[in-house]
Design a protein around this ligand. Structure first.
Ligand code: COA
Length: 166
């Protein structure tokens, strides 16, 4: 789908499927307590296998993208369609392996999610971000979405309109 970097560090991004569930589980299992809190606002799900299986289901309502260096899964971005919301809205989240951060992988995953969400018929993307999550807020600001953040206590609510990719 997309590639960033050069030479042996090239990252590719593609849709995940059932065969990727084990790698998704291992990636999430390696997150430390702080990252888990940033991702889930609490501890990681007890049923990480079920979580990973569901995350890898791609259908009309949900999709997950994986970033790979070679065969190794180093990041995951996913979205789920929200019920009864107009315009059609998806909520997304990102996770990048600790050793592979600050190389633009989170940004590449977000690029892919934006395109994929539009293809799924979504016209709005939302996310909940902890106010202390500087890396994620930086990804959002770099994208020019700072004005789409609204504070709600200790969290920030992101809400952006989706447009056709140019
Ligand atoms: C948020 C997260 C996905 C970002 O992934 P990433 O691959 O490091 O993101 P990128 O490399 O695309 O970084 C984009 C920008 O953020 C900046 N950034 C990344 N990590 C940072 C940090 N720890 N402190 C300050 N800035 C940081 C980068 O410098 C980059 O800015 P630049 O374009 O000026 O270089 C990753 O930190 C992560 O997995 N965190 C834990 C889970 C989480 O918080 N998920 C978000 C839930 S919505």
């Amino acid at each position: 789908m997309a590639a960033t970097g050069s030479g042996i560090d090239t990252t590719t991004v593609r849709c995940l499927g059932a065969d990727d569930a084990g790698a998704v589980q291992r990636l999430h299992a390696r997150l430390d307590q702080h990252d888990s809190y940033m991702r889930w606002f609490g501890p990681q799900p007890k049923q990480l296998t079920a979580f990973s299986d569901q995350l890898c289901e791609c259908n009309k309502r949900r999709c997950a993208l994986g970033a790979f260096i070679g065969d190794e899964l180093v990041g995951v971005g996913n979205f789920v369609m929200l019920d009864g919301v107009s315009p059609t809205t998806v909520e997304f989240a990102l996770v990048v392996a600790q050793d592979e951060r600050l190389h633009g992988i989170g940004t590449s995953l977000l690029d892919g999610l934006e395109d994929e969400a539009y293809r799924h018929g979504a016209r709005r993307m939302v996310a909940e971000v902890m106010g202390e999550n500087a890396p994620m807020l930086q990804v959002i600001r770099e994208r020019g979405w700072a004005h789409s953040l609204r504070r709600d206590g200790s969290t920030l609510h992101l809400e952006v309109k989706l447009h056709v990719a140019e």
